[in-house]
Ligand binder design. Structure first.
Ligand SMILES: [Zn+2]
Length: 212
């Protein structure tokens, strides 16, 4: 895939845990290759928690990205969780600013046909924004109610799996309430994508556009 060639990588998520779930392995590889990796998350999901712990996901995200080795500032916006479709214009504006600021060569986004309305909204706004020569890859978010993702690009994460799983473990607010959010499920998916591609463990992506 030539990860080294993508010097500036912008990773876009709707919610704080989307990115680690979909491409924590690839991000670790990019960082090890010396590339700059920028995070942009649209919602800090304040409305999920009571007042006393309303920054909980931000703290979990800070711990998680520290494990992955992200050195740039994590950019988390405050658009209400589950209401991203109603904030399309705001999201476009955030993405346009991010495009100018980071000038990415590789952009990682959620699956454009993801049944979750927030993931879909972010993905569609991204492909509208990044119309230059940015390569765009869609990543896979493992969750209940989503099963139609069929990758056409596989990234070997065998040596990076532990770091990805450790990063995801930081999201205690999610591991404690979602049956699919745990090491066994994430490892199982990585093994499946690996079995499909000849690696021990892999992440699957769907190419939206790619430049050679
Ligand atoms: Zn999400």
């Amino acid at each position: 895939m030539g990860i080294q060639k993508y010097k500036r990588v912008l990773v876009i998520g709707a919610h704080p845990d989307d990115i680690e779930c979909g491409c924590g392995g690839l991000i670790t590889r990019c960082i090890e290759a010396g590339n700059d990796v920028y995070f942009c998350v649209m919602s800090k999901c304040d409305n999920q928690f009571g007042e006393y712990e309303k920054d909980r996901l931000i703290k979990e995200c800070a711990n998680s990205t520290h494990i992955l080795g992200v050195k740039t500032k994590i950019d988390i916006h405050n658009i209400p969780n589950m209401e991203l479709p109603e904030h399309r214009k705001e999201i476009m504006k955030i993405l346009e600013e991010k495009q100018k600021e980071t000038q990415p060569e590789l952009v990682l986004i959620p699956f454009i046909n993801d049944p979750h309305q927030d993931h879909e909204t972010v993905a569609k706004a991204s492909v509208r924004t990044f119309r230059n020569n940015e390569t765009i890859l869609q990543y896979e978010i493992l969750r209940h109610g989503s099963h139609s993702f069929t990758p056409n690009l596989f990234v070997d994460i065998t040596k990076h799996l532990d770091k990805k799983l450790d990063a995801l473990d930081c999201y205690v607010s999610q591991t404690s309430k979602r049956a699919y959010f745990n090491r066994e499920c994430f490892k199982g998916l990585a093994r499946t994508r690996g079995a499909q591609s000849g690696y021990d463990y892999a992440e699957g992506f769907l190419i939206y556009k790619m430049f050679w």
